[in-house]
Ligand binder design. Structure first.
Ligand code: PGA
Length: 253
């Protein structure tokens, strides 16, 4: 008989709606990182975390000492965009959060989208994470197809930071709205790997809305499988899920 990895129950924080999720997530982030001398956080893009960034920027701009010492990295980035391209996730994170709270430039860990050799670039990020002593908190969204970062279904569960080529049709379609058409969405990306996220000291998954209810249920109650990349979180002993009632529809039923 073969035995799989040990499985853990993530801590689930139930909130009423996206607004409460944003406030609760902002509080969680400060509570987790503020006690640490040199915290290292990983940040996602997306509509789900937007209110959290707004709350952190506007209401919780008190822990100034935290923002000055926080090392903040991005979860994922498209490949092949030139510096200054509006579609860069690094630019989005800077605009909605890092510039607002004043994360020093030298503490921002970004993929170089236009790196000549993307494979070398993902290795650089993986090594940098190790050199800095590892990730304290990785904040994650959940894709409609179960992806974490740009780790699409089928991604190896133990992979380090990697190139995802191609992105899935669902991911291209859901990102098209931002950029005015599917043809404007780059077809490949760099992402922290599922193995990288497994080695983070803690993970925070944010999920909102009924459209995510089915995939959240599969991630939290189905088999741990590359078909549902987010299911990897159940092999990690320190995962918190903040989700609204709509997203938890099946789990609370
Ligand atoms: P969303 O993206 O927050 O915009 O829904 C999540 C994801 O696709 O990872």
């Amino acid at each position: 008989m073969t035995t799989g990895p040990a499985l853990y129950e993530p801590k689930i924080i139930i909130v009423d709606d996206l607004q409460s999720l944003s406030r609760r997530a902002a509080g969680f982030v400060v509570e987790t990182l503020d006690p640490l001398a040199k915290p290292f956080v990983i940040l996602p893009t997306g509509t789900t975390p937007l209110g959290m960034y707004k709350t952190l920027s506007e209401e919780q701009n008190g822990p100034r000492g935290l923002w000055n010492r926080l090392l903040a990295g991005q979860l994922d980035e498209y490949i092949g965009l030139e510096q200054g391209d509006d579609r860069l996730f690094s630019g989005w994170l800077s605009r909605v959060f890092m510039d607002k709270v004043g994360i020093p430039d030298q503490n921002r860990v970004f993929f170089r989208s236009n790196a000549a050799d993307p494979a070398a670039e993902v290795d650089r990020i993986e090594r940098l994470i190790d050199t800095k002593g590892g990730i304290d908190l990785a904040i994650l969204g959940l894709g409609l197809n179960g992806h974490l970062g740009f780790n699409e279904p089928g991604s190896p569960l133990d992979a380090p930071t990697r190139v995802q080529d191609p992105l899935s049709p669902e991911t291209i379609a859901s990102n098209a709205a931002y950029w005015g058409g599917e043809d404007k969405v780059p077809s490949k990306a760099m992402t922290l790997g599922l193995g990288t996220l497994s080695r983070a000291r803690s993970n925070l998954l944010l999920v909102s809305g009924e459209a995510k209810a089915g995939i959240l249920d599969r991630a939290l109650t189905g088999p741990v499988t590359p078909d549902v990349p987010a299911s990897i979180l159940r092999t990690h002993p320190n995962v918190t899920v903040i989700a609204d009632r709509a997203a938890l529809k099946y789990i609370l039923a």
